[in-house]
Design a protein around this ligand. Structure first.
Ligand SMILES: Cc1cc2nc3c(=O)[nH]c(=O)nc-3n(C[C@H](O)[C@H](O)[C@H](O)COP(=O)(O)OP(=O)(O)OC[C@H]3O[C@@H](n4cnc5c(N)ncnc54)[C@H](O)[C@@H]3O)c2cc1C
Length: 469
């Protein structure tokens, strides 16, 4: 194995945990990649990006206008679910009744150069928004680590990036229009239908289908992202300074290793230039190394960690620079499954350390790097960041390997630190537990939901579990 290859794999992980290639994930997976198949004459299956959620909707609709969307809401049969980019890991989308694709409700429909705001139809993919905003001199202040999802799906789940002075994507929504389950188009903002606005800014798609949103942006800007390999303990000990000194900072601790990848992103300086290269396939080297060593009785995991430490330490940096909408996102070609909880910001390093200790002590087959990010508090009722600055910690598993058993060993650690699960990622909490971790507005949200959707038309089995219906 070439030292540089492994580093590249790690740096790809550092850029966002999409390690390895699908083809490199091996033929002996514990879960099929396509749990449903198309039977000629039957329903067209829907499957999510990770391949762990699927359904066979009887009706698949794709309205091209808000009028059509209203018609859909009035006439749709059975349970109605919206789908954006299908990038959620949890079962927030599936229904065998009516699936409403938002793809054709796409595009920027207005902008305000004074306020630096822009209005988009909700099906617009994040990767289409950057160039459209750039053309009018605006940019999103922050973006998640990949840009395939739709705006509507991102807001529904309170998607986030990293940066301790930046809120979640939902926190930049200043107004939205909701097609309610009864087929009304409801305009919502802090001044208009304010309670519905607070609920709809993170709704898990339970209140209806959002048709458009206005976002608070900023002037277009360039960024430079610097990836380094550093000692994990040093980084955790110094985390407050890193958060202060960089516009965006995140780290990717590597299980069984003393090293982590750090990613610091700041406003670009004129002399900044790209250096080094990403290889989205290189994570397979990490997996190959684990599989070649970890099975060896008694010493395997230690050997894996020692080799990893030796090839990673002292490696040089990679740099990516350019317009913000090109630097924030990364290429994702590896299937994986993910669990993420947000714990109070101050507890982040301690929680991450306990997860890493647990993985090592129990020899869990989790060698994908963790991802540790920071997000500013907001006031959105069901946002993971409601009322407190958060540290979001993700645990990943390759798409063809069992995630349930190892995730079950890690999830209680998140509970211990008061974690709130990402709505679009894997977790096992139900309404009783969730009500306890959203003490301020859980009931407010349920009241708005019951008012807008008294018959529960928007609730699939997963949402019924979440809301205790
Ligand atoms: C490779 C990868 C990387 C990821 N990186 C990040 C990351 O950096 N940060 C992060 O926070 N998450 C991340 N995620 C998770 C993902 O971004 C979220 O789950 C996001 O919500 C998915 O958006 P989507 O458009 O694919 O929504 P979908 O999965 O299609 O839908 C999500 C929810 O939104 C609802 N919905 C969709 N459109 C609307 C609408 N118009 N109105 C109302 N409800 C609607 C759906 O019914 C569903 O409940 C990642 C996922 C993957 C697979």
């Amino acid at each position: 194995m070439k030292r540089r290859e492994l580093l590249r794999g790690s740096l790809v992980a550092g850029a966002g945990a999409a390690l390895g290639a699908v083809g490199g994930c091996g033929p002996t997976g514990t879960e099929p990649q396509a749990p449903v198949t198309f039977e000629p004459g039957g329903s067209l299956p829907w499957i999510n990006w990770a391949g762990n959620q699927s359904c066979l909707p009887n009706w698949r609709l794709a309205p091209v206008s808000e009028d059509q969307l209203v018609g859909v809401m009035k006439s749709a049969r059975g349970v109605v679910r919206a789908v954006g980019g299908s990038h959620s890991f949890s079962a927030v989308v599936p229904t065998d009744d009516t699936l409403v694709a938002t793809d054709l409700l796409s595009g920027m429909i207005g902008h305000d150069p004074e306020r630096l705001q822009a209005t988009f139809l909700a099906g617009t993919r994040l990767n289409a928004m950057g160039p459209m905003l750039d053309a009018v001199g605006q940019a999103l202040p922050n973006m998640p680590d990949m840009d395939y999802p739709a705006l509507g799906g991102s807001i529904a789940n309170s998607v986030h990036a990293t940066g301790s002075t930046f809120g979640s994507a939902s926190s930049y929504v200043t107004a939205l229009t909701l097609a309610t389950p009864s087929g009304e188009l409801m305009e919502c903002s802090a001044d208009r239908n304010a309670e519905v606005f607070q609920a709809a800014r993170t709704s898990i798609g339970a209140l209806g289908i959002v048709s458009r949103m206005t976002l608070q942006n900023q002037h277009a800007f360039d960024l430079t992202e610097v990836n380094r390999v550093e000692n994990m303990n040093d980084v955790f000990d110094d985390i407050q300074a890193r958060l202060r000194n960089h516009r965006h900072f995140e780290c990717f601790p590597m299980p069984y290793s003393s090293q982590c990848i750090t990613v610091a992103t700041d406003i670009a300086a004129p002399a900044d230039a790209n250096a080094g290269e990403d290889d989205p396939n290189a994570v397979n080297t990490l997996r190959n190394l684990y599989e070649a060593t970890a099975w060896i009785p008694r010493v395997g995991h230690g050997l894996y960690g020692a080799i990893l430490d030796s090839v990673l330490s002292g490696e040089s940096t990679t740099v990516r620079t350019g317009p913000s909408y090109r630097v924030f996102p990364h290429v994702r070609i590896v299937r994986f499954r993910e669990m993420e909880y947000t714990v109070p910001a101050a507890a982040g390093p301690e929680c991450a350390r306990e997860i890493l200790r647990t993985i090592e002590a129990r020899r869990l087959p989790l060698y994908f790097p963790l991802e540790v990010r920071y997000v500013k508090a907001d006031d959105i009722w069901l946002s993971m960041f409601e009322g407190q600055d958060g540290c979001s910690i993700s645990v990943h598993q390759f798409g063809d390997l069992d995630y349930r058993a190892p995730f079950a060993e890690i999830e209680p650690i998140f509970w211990k630190y008061g974690g709130r699960p990402h709505w679009g990622k894997l977790h096992t909490l139900d309404a009783d537990r969730l009500a306890g971790i959203y003490p301020r507005h859980w009931q407010d949200f349920q009241e708005v939901r019951r008012t807008l959707d008294p018959q529960g038309r928007m609730l699939n089995p997963h949402l019924k579990t979440l809301f205790g219906v």
